[in-house]
Design a protein around this ligand. Structure first.
Ligand code: IMP
Ligand code: MG
Length: 176
């Protein structure tokens, strides 16, 4: 790990307030229909919890894990599934929960994988979106909390070499 400092980008209060707003919109859109949330491990866990506690429809959860190969900060487009879902999703309304969408490779792969299993619908929510880094054009973000510039961010589930996932705010890494 290179020498660095973490500076605040979005405060804990700002994150919590925005997640409440997004939850209210999701509650409105689904109007009581059951929802099956799929969290992408590990980064989505804090966001998944913060969002889920404000959702009011009948809710179930499952998790999957995948990794995309490439350099440390660049995604290659080759995605590997490390842990599949525990439950079938046929006929369910799916909400994929991500920490951040960067190149879009991970989501593009996951969406295809899930759609092949014939869910009733698939939507996507992300805590952070870096649209300036997108290299695929088939990823639609239905509910995004924050659009951020091209900075390397940590906290609220996001890591730098597995560190900082526990920070209650979103920071950016500055190398010194
Ligand atoms: P994508 O396939 O390029 O969209 O990659 C998304 C994944 O890359 C995320 O789930 C994160 O694990 C990781 N990632 C992308 N940008 C950042 C960042 O700024 N901080 C920490 N992890 C990141
Ligand atoms: Mg990650």
């Amino acid at each position: 790990m290179k020498e660095h400092v973490v500076k605040t980008l979005i405060t804990e209060g700002e994150v919590e307030a925005r997640i409440r707003e997004v939850a209210a919109k999701i509650n409105q859109d689904y109007s009581g229909k059951p929802l099956h949330m799929i969290g992408i491990l590990k980064g989505s866990v804090p966001y998944m919890w913060s969002l889920a506690r404000h959702l009011t429809m009948p809710l179930t959860m499952d998790f999957m894990s995948c990794s995309s190969y490439g350099g440390e900060t660049k995604s290659s487009g080759i995605v590997r599934l490390n842990k599949d879902l525990d439950e079938p999703i046929e006929g369910k309304n799916i909400l994929i929960v991500e920490d951040i969408i960067d190149s879009g490779h991970t989501l593009s792969y996951l969406k295809k994988l899930l759609e092949d299993r014939h869910p009733a619908s698939v939507k996507l929510t992300t805590l952070l979106d870096k649209p300036s880094r997108r290299v695929v054009d088939d990823v639609t973000v239905d509910y995004s909390c924050f659009v951020i510039p091209d900075q390397f961010v940590v906290g609220y589930g996001l890591d730098y070499d597995q560190m900082y996932r526990n920070l209650p705010y979103i920071g950016y890494v500055e190398f010194v």
